[in-house]
Write a protein that binds this ligand. Structure first.
Ligand code: ATP
Ligand code: MG
Length: 419
């Protein structure tokens, strides 16, 4: 079944309030096995609302309207749907009694306007609203375009989020299940986290897998990394799980060690865990990142077991005094150079004797140093056992981005080294 959401309200259209209801509903519909294909927002205007409803009826099986169920003259949603469908609204005695009792309980006369809140389509259902004055309702529309005698539905719901969510959970969900033949739909998903491959390269690499409709594979940009979400649905839970793990295997065969983790994993967490498991120690010397790498590592509980030493050697003086970088190196090649990164990492190793040492030096910008080197140029030195490698990298973006990319890349180099 396909669905469409129409949010009604001039304040929504003007951006005075944010459409959190539609976002919430969009997340919930797939869990009922319903595909959401369209979402629109329209002001409190009968003419324009009618046109949208007519259009939605042509292309969607279930149409949700949100808002415009209040008692005032700009609350026109239910009446507009009724007009479009040529459906009569009739007073519901039970709802009427609840409403009059409510006004009695607050000791106020019921305004005449409120009567319209308790009128509902003859051919339809009432959706109770125990936390507000406006019940919702379902209009049942016989659909002649389908060969089977299937119906379409317009589900009319109130705008206040508390009322909206409660009505969805208590009234709409059971209704959706009933029109779905009370079949359960199991949705399983898994997040696969990658580092070092850009979003577009990832899409290109997984082009064929991304065409799959069950499970679906969708990339998301994270904070410097790229995630893939694999989602499968089935009326059997085990089938949904199997579909996800089959897809996960295919992706993992293609991406290999570009995958650093799953679900809530983060690069620092993976690294601290790996170092602890392998009983390895780490030391860090940072220039352009000014302690960001250490911060990421020390955010993880247990870091004290693996982190031997971390130094922010931002100035040349610190590089010379602590890491024993040669003055000549700094004069001839500059602090941002392969040579400097190498002396930093070797000096660090000598000083700490850790299993792994890592050094970072670069130009974070916005201006370059007094050489002609470009902003974003970064050297990362990594030393493990008797191997020392210096990586030259060029990162785009502003100071914050260069520092973030440098931090994550340094962490990822450590990860690749240990696996
Ligand atoms: P009322 O009886 O309060 O008039 P209603 O069903 O007529 O309710 P609206 O008048 O459209 O609904 O909206 C009432 C309030 O509900 C809005 O001022 C806003 O705070 C909130 N609201 C409406 N629509 C949305 C939405 N799509 N997302 C989030 N909040 C919403
Ligand atoms: Mg209103």
């Amino acid at each position: 079944m396909t669905a469409e959401i129409i949010s009604v309200g001039t304040e929504l259209l003007m951006g005075q309030i944010v459409d959190t209801n539609a976002a919430w509903l969009s997340k919930n519909l797939p869990l009922e096995g319903i595909s959401l294909y369209h979402r629109e927002t329209v002001g409190d205007n009968k003419e324009r609302l009618s046109r949208i409803i007519e259009m939605a009826l042509k292309r969607s099986d279930i149409i949700f309207t949100i808002g415009g169920l209040g008692p005032t003259s700009d609350d026109i949603t239910k009446e507009t749907v009724a007009d479009v469908l040529n459906e009569e609204l009739v007073l519901d005695d039970d709802s009427h009694k609840i409403l009059t009792d409510f006004f009695k309980s607050i000791n106020r006369p019921m305004p005449e306007n409120n009567i319209k809140q308790v009128k509902f389509p003859k051919n339809g259902h009432i959706l109770k609203n125990p936390v507000g004055t406006a019940p919702g309702c379902v209009f049942i529309v016989e659909d002649n375009t389908k060969t089977e005698a299937n119906n379409k539905y317009v589900i009319v719901m109130p705008g206040p989020p508390r009322e909206f969510k409660k009505m969805y959970k208590d009234e709409v969900m059971p209704f959706l299940k009933s029109i779905n033949g009370n079949k359960e739909t199991y949705i399983k998903s898994k997040i696969i986290k990658t580092f070092g491959i850009g979003e577009s390269t990832l899409e290109e690499t997984l082009k064929d897998l991304m065409k799959s409709t069950n499970p679906t594979v969708a990339p998301y940009i994270g904070n410097g990394d790229v995630m893939l979400r694999v989602t499968a649905s089935s009326d059997k839970e085990t089938i949904a799980c199997d579909l996800v793990s089959e897809m996960e295997n295919k992706i993992s065969n293609i991406l290999g060690d570009a995958i650093y983790g799953y679900e809530d994993d983060t690069l620092p967490k993976i690294i601290v865990d790996l170092l602890m498991k392998k009983n390895l120690t780490l030391s860090i010397a940072e220039s352009c990142t000014g302690g960001m790498i250490s911060k990421e590592i020390t955010d993880i509980p247990g870091a004290s077991q693996i982190l031997l030493f971390d130094a922010v050697t931002y100035s040349n003086q610190a590089k010379e005094k602590i890491l024993k970088v040669k003055k000549d190196t700094l004069i001839n090649h500059g602090a941002v150079s392969k040579e400097c990164a190498k002396e930093m990492v070797l000096g660090l190793k000598d000083l700490t004797n850790s299993d792994i040492a890592i050094s970072v030096t670069g130009i974070a910008g916005p201006a370059s140093d007094d050489s002609s080197k470009p902003v974003g140029l970064v050297y990362i030195g990594v030393s493990y056992k008797n191997n020392t490698n210096i990586h030259e990298l060029n990162f785009p973006g502003d100071r914050q981005n260069v520092r973030l990319r440098t931090t994550l890349t340094a962490l990822d180099l450590i990860r690749k080294l240990i696996i």
